[in-house]
Design a protein around this ligand. Structure first.
Ligand SMILES: NC(=O)CC[C@H](N)C(=O)O
Length: 460
């Protein structure tokens, strides 16, 4: 690494440096004071001097990390690796559970940009079949607790982080994240250049990969490469059946509030059946808090089985995998419910399945949306909501029949984020109004569902 003065001298002095970077001499004086050069000026300096990025004063130390693409020899300090389907290898330090010989988890590698809620994210059943790269560095900072879970068992197959797990410092923490992961057999890898991995996912689509953290420190790279390459990918994969409940059950827990914690529902007004394709608990809590008596039924429930409960409304949950594959059993059931004109509300996978049931198509996004700061526009009001999202598939707007209106779009890529039927009481959103983790801008949708039920009950 060069000093600021070295660089200024190489550029020909303060005035020449300013001219070559297109800035004032005052700015160059500030470089001297700060002993660092802001990264936005680096490209001009590199072009003018032929120096390397690592020569820049203030270049982050991360360049010295163990992560290196592609080496077949295990670098010093590396105890785990992430092997992608194209054969490339990210080395790092393992944490959580060791992977058994020949049984390292293989999955789609996605990234999540959320700055909070890693425990909710890891337990969101929609992450089945995925290894999550967290772009936020402080994973582990609030430990783990028995409340911030979206399902009892984490669905994600592994996690990739840059920094070693942060020590827990939160009054609600009952365990270290490392311990919690071990107890569920989930491996993690730290020391990975998650920015490089994220850019790769963003530019090339989500790769398949294997996360290997062997207890004996032995890596069979050819076998891991073959395993990653052979995995068929999420397209065409129905995973909802795997994470859904086996039997129907009643739900009455309401949302968390400080200092009481979770509540219990009293005197619900309307009865809904929630079809569990991999439902997050906080969705069920939001339904219960909105005054709905919730009966949860398995993903494979038929229209007849759903309607047998005589619901005032039917809720279609989030869930993992490809909606088109799940639709094989879900679509006929949803169509049966729609035929009876029972009000329907869907979230995420439930939204995609409603789209299919109404005659639309779904497709795999080049870039999935996963994080807690995704802007969505409500086309009716023009209002922008900051939303929590986690999806890799989407409803194709252009495939929807005239009786279906697009209600919301993503302001990141204009893809579909919501729809409503104009000839039946049914609507849905691609994002997660229940948050957990994330902002609560969209909680109003649960009340919209109640209003739709009440309108319908009133004979509308
Ligand atoms: N959160 C969800 O319900 C995800 C839906 C679907 N599995 C997708 O990835 O698009």
């Amino acid at each position: 690494m060069r000093t600021v003065d070295d660089i200024i001298a190489l550029l020909g002095g303060q005035e020449a440096a300013a001219a070559r970077c297109g800035i004032g001499t005052e700015a160059v004086r500030k470089w001297r004071q700060a002993r660092a050069i802001p990264p936005r000026h680096w490209p001009a300096i590199l072009a003018a001097t032929g120096l390397a990025l690592a020569d820049m004063p203030g270049a982050p130390e991360s360049r010295a990390e163990t992560t290196m693409p592609d080496p077949d020899t295990v670098p010093d300090g590396a105890t785990a690796c992430l092997v992608l389907g194209d054969g490339s290898v990210f080395w790092g330090r393992g944490f959580g559970a060791h992977t058994a010989a020949g049984a390292a988890p293989v999955a789609e590698i996605c990234f999540n940009t959320g700055m909070t809620g890693y425990q909710e994210t890891l337990t969101d059943p929609s992450y089945a079949g995925q290894i999550i790269t967290f772009t936020f560095p402080h994973i582990g900072n609030v430990g783990a607790n028995p409340e911030d879970i979206e399902a009892v068992t984490p669905a994600a197959r592994g996690l990739v982080v840059k920094q070693d797990l942060t020590e827990p410092a939160n009054y609600r923490a009952t365990r270290h994240l490392d311990d919690w992961l071990k107890s569920f057999g989930i491996p993690g890898i730290a020391g990975v250049d998650t920015r490089a991995l994220t850019i790769r996912i963003r530019d090339g689509g989500p790769p398949n990969g294997v996360l290997c953290f062997p207890a004996d420190g032995r890596f069979d790279l050819p076998a891991l490469r073959a395993q990653a390459a052979a995995w068929p990918g999420l397209e065409g994969m129905d995973l909802a059946k795997e994470v859904s409940c086996r039997q129907s059950y009643h739900w009455d827990e309401t949302t968390w509030a400080w200092p009481e914690g979770f509540g219990r529902q009293t005197a619900p007004k309307h009865k809904v059946v929630a079809v569990d394709y991999g439902a997050k608990r906080n969705i069920l809590r939001c339904l219960a808090s909105a005054g709905l008596d919730v009966m949860v039924v398995p993903a494979t429930a038929t229209a007849e089985e759903i309607l047998r409960h005589q619901p005032d409304g039917v809720f279609l949950s989030n869930g993992p995998g490809d909606p088109a594959a799940t639709g094989e059993y879900a679509v006929p059931a949803i169509q049966g419910v729609l035929e009876k004109r029972v009000p329907v509300f869907g979230i995420c996978l439930g939204h995609q399945l409603l789209g299919l049931a109404l005659g639309g198509k779904t497709y795999k996004l080049d870039r999935g949306h996963r994080g807690a700061n995704q802007p969505v526009k409500d086309l009716a009001t023009g209002r922008v909501e900051i939303t929590s999202q986690n999806h890799g598939f989407a409803v194709d707007d252009t495939s929807l029949p005239e009786t279906v209106k697009v209600t919301h779009i993503s302001l990141f890529d204009q893809s579909n984020e919501g729809l409503m039927a104009t000839d039946r009481p049914a609507f849905s959103v691609q994002y997660h109004p229940e948050a957990s983790p994330g902002p609560t801008d969209s909680h109003y949708l649960f009340h919209r569902f109640v209003e739709l039920i009440e309108k319908h009950k009133g004979g509308a």
